[in-house]
Design a protein around this ligand. Structure first.
Ligand code: PGA
Ligand code: ZN
Length: 436
């Protein structure tokens, strides 16, 4: 019998960072190795994401996951126990076939993903290597550029501002640890600025400061001031990354900026964003247009894709066919990878492989509803994507990821490489962003 055949699979209901139920799976191999993983949950989701199964009961506001848990303990366990976990692709294909639907509406992507990730952890444990090394082999030495939220917004902050994430990246940092140090300084100085203006009202869902601003642009201004007052050169050492999450306030080519009581069409929103790119040191913009606005996406990419990273999240939902479609239109140049948008590691990896073959970059990303699970850190390093987005620099479920990456950096020692400014290579941030 194969040493790495599955002895047992068990799921339980645990709780995420918003106090909502989610699925944890534990998988034990015949040699005794254990793998455990927890599925995260989004709040501003793309409509084409794989299906998250929530119970049709009133419990916890209709968010309970006992059916998904039962699906793991019943059908999935019956189908997989006794089979080998060695081949992740084969295991994930069994999960996909067992579910039998396109979007995993039957078993739930929250059920299948917990099992998929737990299996990878169990095999890594059985081999006695860290997960990133099991996934990427000896070449998995590239620490990602972190994208870290300073102000929250959008669906993560009661729509207090329209833009969802005001983040920073550190193209001037020499290693991952230093990027975190710089982020800590900027996060702190942003907090001091908010305190000084009497606007420090706690944090949003992902740990960014609560966005008490009168315009979206005021958040950008404050962010640049925070970078400067922390002692960094905006655009050179530390640059801005935005997640507009435009699907949250726009569809059919109409966009409503609630904070500013403004309605824009696609071209109006594109113009606004181009103005921001001219005015602020922005290195990356995610979902600048809504998921149904493929043409707007393509026009924006044509106008700005040579200058910055344009990321598809709700737009591409880690889905290989959508990435192909976007590439055919020249829409976006980077894909956000969220495993629970698909429900297995294999499908998420396929999205990255297709993206790479089409010249797209990738960012592995957390969800706004997270836990102590650190699997995504190992995916970013194991798959060598070069970028990682986890939310802010506060709250345990976020810090668990940053701290895990620090451990890996230390473990790699002199072999550790850092993605650095190279990830924005096509479009140097440096030359831009003077606030004249
Ligand atoms: P979500 O947000 O996890 O709530 O979908 C994260 C993002 O949009 O990147
Ligand atoms: Zn997003």
């Amino acid at each position: 019998m194969n040493a790495r055949s599955i002895r047992s699979i068990h799921a339980r209901r645990v709780w995420d960072s918003r106090g909502r139920p989610t699925v944890e799976a534990e998988l034990i191999l015949d040699d005794g190795a254990v793998g455990r993983a927890i599925t995260p949950a989004g709040a501003s989701k793309g409509t084409r994401e794989a299906f998250e199964l929530r119970d049709a009961t009133a419990r916890f506001g209709g968010l309970d996951v006992m059916q998904a848990v039962a699906n793991v303990n019943g059908e999935i366990a019956r189908a997989l126990v006794g089979s080998s976990a060695d081949d992740q692709t084969a295991l994930d294909e069994r999960l996909i076939a067992l579910d039998g639907t396109l979007a995993k509406t039957r078993l739930g992507a929250n059920a299948t993903l917990a099992v998929s990730m737990a299996a990878s952890h169990a095999v890594a444990a059985s081999l006695g290597v860290p997960l990133y090394q099991y996934l990427g082999g000896p070449d998995a030495t590239l620490l990602p550029m972190p994208q870290i939220q300073i102000f929250g917004g959008g669906a993560h902050a009661g729509r207090r501002v329209d833009i969802q994430d005001f983040m920073i990246v550190c193209p001037g940092a020499h290693n991952f640890g230093q990027a975190l140090e710089w982020t800590a300084e900027v996060y702190r100085s942003a907090g001091v600025l908010m305190q000084e203006r009497g606007s420090r009202f706690g944090v949003a869902d992902e740990g960014g400061w609560w966005p008490d601003f009168t315009t979206n642009e005021q958040a950008l201004e404050t962010l640049v001031t925070a970078i400067e007052s922390a002692g960094f050169v905006p655009g050179e050492q530390v640059a801005i990354a935005l997640d507009v999450a435009a699907s949250e306030f726009g569809r059919h080519g109409r966009y409503t900026l609630g904070l500013e009581s403004r309605e824009l069409d696609s071209d109006g929103l594109i113009e606004l964003l181009l103005r921001w790119i001219d005015r602020y040191p922005i290195a990356s913009i995610e979902d600048p247009l809504a998921e149904d606005d493929l043409e707007g996406f393509a026009r924006f990419t044509q106008a700005a894709g040579h200058r910055l990273q344009i990321v598809g999240d709700d737009f591409l939902v880690s889905h290989a066919p959508l990435i192909r479609q976007a590439a055919a239109m020249g829409a976006a140049n980077t894909v956000l990878l969220k495993p629970n948008q698909r429900g297995t590691l294999t499908e998420t990896l396929q999205a990255w492989q297709v993206a790479q073959s089409l010249g797209y970059a990738a960012i592995v990303s957390a969800r706004s509803g997270e836990t102590e699970d650190t699997t995504i850190v190992h995916l970013a390093i194991g798959w060598q994507t070069g970028q990682l987005k986890v939310g802010s620099f506060a709250r345990g479920e976020r810090m668990a990821k940053w701290n895990e990456a620090l451990r890996i950096e230390e473990r790699l020692g002199p072999r550790a490489r850092f993605a650095g400014a190279g990830v924005f290579g096509r479009n140097p941030v440096k030359a831009r962003g003077s606030r004249a």
